[in-house]
Design a protein around this ligand. Structure first.
Ligand SMILES: *[C@@H]1O[C@H](CO)[C@@H](O)[C@H](O)[C@H]1NC(C)=O
Ligand SMILES: *[C@@H]1O[C@H](CO)[C@@H](O)[C@H](O)[C@H]1NC(C)=O
Ligand SMILES: *[C@@H]1O[C@H](CO)[C@@H](O)[C@H](O)[C@H]1NC(C)=O
Length: 456
């Protein structure tokens, strides 16, 4: 663990505490309506979990109904022939309703015909993270006995999908464990790291907790868990730091949770948009960026997993492998998805030093940039480009050879080579698209090439 971790987190606690105290006393009373809503724990914490199950249905997506007993469920709009999605939030520092929950529920109901049940455990999740952690088993048991009521009404275990955020992901794992791994699916949105990285498989989310377990990792260096916990584990932009999130502590609360909450916003975006958040299996992020992992052959036999509601994330093989790390890049804003392309430069002659070439793709007014490094004494360098438009909508490619600061006597300032690109997944070399002529690059001079790639 980096030395600044504890220091940074200590600072978080102070900050969160400050926010909690600052928000006391001035919370407006909740208006009484016929629709059920989340509780507001404010500074009341405690051993009493006060769990609420709030049902939302396709016929009335914005009005929640409290369901607790079998009779409530039968008298509600719950439809036993549809799938059921359970949303479980995590630690609530401020004791308030999660800001993203309405958006997630709405997006789920628009994307699929299902019963959506929000689990409100704001009371048990507030005040101190460690007391929230202590409540996880108790909450897991309560949710499990609620699910048993659904099963008695004829709901099948495999039609149940738990979506757990942060600590809620481990709650989902606990529930799945109580149901012997027979629930259909668990989606962990940046499963919590603190207290869980070294926890046993029974205590934390893992691949045995459901028929299909997936996790989206966006803050593995802080609030999220850094180890794989599902069948498929998405490490978004490497899993640590997200584009568009503030990198400095001065950004306050947003700095503290922006990376962690990105998993939720990505998931909502995947439900609302058709552009694919597709990912590629690889040993590590560095190897992915260096263009060493270009398809999904191993271990998925060419079906690349994607974030969203597609069954098993689109992975079609049997039996499902476990703890497969998959990588993807994203844009800094919704809809987040990018098109990944391999970019490659082949030198005509080996060079005595590492060669660095900046590649820019232009589609209309949108541009993206990546750097290819060709190691000394080698002929070829690769990288993965993330561009918001498909490769076939790229109309211009710019190349720039970056000369080293100190030009050595033997380091020529001119080079020649061939530039090629291909959209991921690259299944064979036939798909490579190359600039027709060898490119001559002079140090620090940008060369532009118009390209016209047909969309297939
Ligand atoms: C339950 O959902 C099914 C499938 O959409 C539909 O045919 C049926 O009418 C629904 N039942 C009720 C009571 O709404
Ligand atoms: C780029 O072009 C699109 C559509 O042509 C336009 O909506 C957008 O505002 C432009 N962006 C910039 C930064 O000029
Ligand atoms: C690109 O190529 C296609 C087919 O080869 C041609 O019809 C089209 O006009 C070209 N577009 C541009 C912008 O050159």
């Amino acid at each position: 663990m980096p030395p600044d971790f504890w220091e940074r987190n200590l600072w978080c606690w102070v900050l969160l505490l400050g926010f909690t105290i600052g928000s006391s006393g001035d919370v407006p009373p909740i208006p009484q309506t016929k629709c059920a809503d989340f509780q507001n724990a404010n500074l009341l914490r405690g051993t009493n979990l006060k769990v609420q199950f709030i049902l939302f249905t396709p016929s009335d997506p914005s009005c929640g109904q409290l369901v607790e007993e079998s009779s409530d469920i039968q008298n509600s709009g719950f439809n036993t022939t549809l799938g059921t999605k359970l949303v479980i939030h995590g630690f609530r520092a401020l004791g308030t309703k999660p800001s993203w929950i309405d958006k997630l529920i709405g997006a789920l109901l628009r994307a699929t015909d299902a019963n959506v049940i929000a689990v409100d455990w704001v009371y048990g999740s507030t005040a101190a993270y460690f007391s929230a952690v202590e409540n996880v088993v108790k909450l897991g048991l309560e949710i499990s006995s609620f699910l048993n009521k659904l099963l008695e009404l004829g709901v099948s275990e495999s039609s149940i999908h738990i979506i757990g955020v942060s600590l809620g992901a481990h709650v989902g794992g606990m529930v799945g464990h109580f149901h012997k791994g027979q629930l259909g699916r668990i989606t962990g949105l940046d499963p919590a790291g603190p207290e869980y990285t070294r926890a046993s498989l029974e205590e934390r989310l893992d691949a045995r907790d459901a028929l299909f377990v997936e996790a989206i990792h966006t803050d593995t260096d802080n609030w999220g868990i850094r180890i794989p916990v599902g069948h498929v584990d998405y490490f978004v932009n490497g899993g640590q730091d997200q584009p568009g999130c503030p990198a400095f502590i001065h950004a306050g609360y947003n700095y503290v949770i922006c990376d962690h909450m990105r998993a939720v916003h990505l998931y909502i975006s995947a439900l609302e948009n058709s552009c694919p958040l597709m990912a590629f299996p690889c040993d590590n992020y560095k190897a992915f960026l260096a263009g060493h992992c270009l398809d999904c052959f191993n271990p998925f036999q060419l079906s690349c997993p994607r974030i969203g509601l597609v069954e098993r994330g689109g992975v079609q093989i049997e039996p499902l492998p476990k703890e497969v790390r998959v990588y993807l890049l994203t844009a800094s804003r919704a809809p987040y998805c990018v098109h990944h392309s391999l970019v490659e430069f082949h030198l005509q002659e080996k060079r005595l030093k590492d060669t660095s070439i900046k590649v820019t793709f232009l589609s209309g007014n949108v541009s993206s940039l990546v750097k290819i490094t060709i190691p000394r004494q080698q002929l070829q360098g690769r990288a993965v480009m993330a561009h918001t438009s498909p490769l076939c909508q790229t109309n211009q490619v710019k190349l720039k050879f970056k000369a080293s600061n100190r030009v050595w006597k033997k380091d020529q300032t001119v080079l020649a080579g061939r530039f090629c690109t291909a959209p991921l997944p690259v299944n064979d070399n036939k798909k490579m698209i190359c600039l027709p002529e060898p490119v001559k690059l002079q140090a620090d001079v940008t060369v532009s090439h118009d390209v016209n790639i047909t969309c297939v």
